[in-house]
Design a protein around this ligand. Sequence first.
Ligand code: T5A
Length: 217
Amino acid sequence: MDELSTQGLFITFEGLDGSGKSTQLALCAQALTAQGYSVLTTRNPGGTAFGQELREILLHSKRPVFPLSELLLFIADRAQHMDEVVFPALAKGTVVLCDRHMDSTLAYQGYGRGLSIDTIRELNHIAIQGKQPDLTFLFDAEPAVLAQRVNHRGQADRMEGEKAAFHNKVRAGFLALAEQEPQRIQVFNALESPEALHPKVMQSLEAVLKALDSLKA
Ligand code: T5A
């Protein structure tokens, strides 16, 4: 766990499209709220009004978007989101649950698109002003299986519409990141049912919640 420099907790949920991260985030928010924690659920991209406009461009623009432009827009979304949403919430002692964050940029734009990992790390560092997630949950499974879960939604967005090879690289990227930071990034088998995964996620949260409780005591 990263040193708790703020009073709240910053937890991110990562994985490929259809990995079930949003489902687990919602279950987690429900459980923590029931336990009396102040909880904020949010997302990248689109966790602010400005970010929502960037999300629309990033996922639905019909114009050519070059990889570097794409990267910088995801970073702009993140910078706005940290200042407008995450830092104020953490300062109030809130548990912030964020659907995707800096690891998605490393996995999608770095490992997927092939942009420099070092450059992305640097840009992420600027956008998050050094505040890494305290804990990250990664829901992992074969991309082809996960795609079947979201196919029924109709028109795929720009990222979902990428070829299988792209999603395989993104998956490998996420797993490489988890190997580099095993303490922060905890990997779960996305093929397990939501009901089986939820208690495992809650168990992984125990240590950071204890640290938060002791800060507040
Ligand atoms: N992106 C994002 C980048 O390229 N770079 C970046 O820096 C960032 C931040 C938007 C896109 O942007 C890209 C990545 C993405 O392509 P998004 O809005 O998070 O990201 O889009 P999705 O990943 O598509 O998010 P979703 O909410 O649509 O999918 P989830 O969260 O993976 O899955 P969820 O929970 O909504 O579940 C999908 C379906 O599966 C079922 C659910 O009921 C639902 O129908 N399901 C399960 N089924 C079986 N077993 C389980 N355990 C299940 N859990 C859920």
